[in-house]
Design a protein around this ligand. Structure first.
Ligand SMILES: C[S@@+](CC[C@H](N)C(=O)[O-])C[C@H]1O[C@@H](n2cnc3c(N)ncnc32)[C@H](O)[C@@H]1O
Length: 230
């Protein structure tokens, strides 16, 4: 991360984070939840949703889901936008409890009035058929990731609509890194179209959308907005 990025991230942390507890790594072993394809907790950068919102609409018709929400930083940042609903799905009841506390502390700042944290393994969590933006910051990999993406595809098949999948991973990972293999998996799915890759500090936000809706123009309900880099 450049010095400018570090300073900017620190300022954003002060702005949003003074009363929120979202920092730090939490290893799933310490919670008795470690398993091969599950990844540990570590938060996204504070600017993630600002950057994403330049590419992906976050409007009143949108339902945003953070798969593996941890302490809820992304849920909080998404709920600053006037979306219909934000849901965080988290495996760990302990991390989910921290996320709920954070959302209580921040409640007066949120523009979204329907914000929920659900404790579940992401694979077992039924995809709501109004979900329009699925966000993944490397929460899990391999068959687990592929299974959750397949659940998203089935939901769009059941209830056709615009759908974005945003996959965040570290930009400099080697080719066989499990998170890179998740990127390759998304790129290989014929129902998805890769729209944009947005730099986000040391990470990259890979934005995909369901192909059937590539021509949509609305800015709500995950219609497609101009995605030129700013
Ligand atoms: C890298 S953190 C991302 C946290 C948050 N989304 C963010 O961007 O700030 C990954 C999270 O995924 C959760 N996780 C791992 N496996 C999971 C599973 N099978 N179902 C739900 N959550 C899971 C972990 O507990 C952890 O909180």
């Amino acid at each position: 991360m450049s010095l400018r990025e570090k300073v900017s991230s620190w300022v954003q942390g002060l702005r949003h984070g003074r009363r929120l507890e979202t920092d730090g790594m939490v290893h799933l072993e310490t919670l008795g939840l470690a398993a091969e394809e599950r990844r540990n907790y570590g938060p996204s950068g504070w600017k993630t949703i600002d950057r994403l919102a330049r590419r992906v609409p976050l409007g009143p018709g949108d339902v945003f889901v953070d798969y593996g929400c941890g302490k809820g930083r992304i849920v909080y940042l998404a709920a600053l936008h006037p979306v219909a609903r934000v849901v965080g799905v988290e495996l760990s009841p302990d991390l989910a409890a921290v996320a709920r506390r954070n959302l209580e502390v921040a409640a007066s700042r949120l523009r979204c009035r329907d914000v929920r944290i659900e404790v579940s393994d992401a694979l077992a969590w039924p995809v709501p058929d109004d979900l329009t933006i699925a966000f993944f910051y490397s929460p899990f990999t391999g068959r687990l990731f592929e299974g959750v993406v397949e659940n998203l595809r089935r939901s769009v098949e059941r209830a056709p609509r615009g759908l974005w999948i945003v996959h965040q991973r570290l930009a400099d990972s080697h080719d066989r890194h499990p998170a890179v293999l998740c990127s390759r998996h998304l790129e290989g799915l014929d129902w998805l179209e890769a729209v944009d890759r947005v730099p986000n500090g040391p990470a990259i936000l890979e934005c995909f959308r369901a192909r059937a809706y590539a021509g949509a123009t609305s800015t709500t309900g995950s219609g497609v907005r101009d995605t030129k880099p700013s």
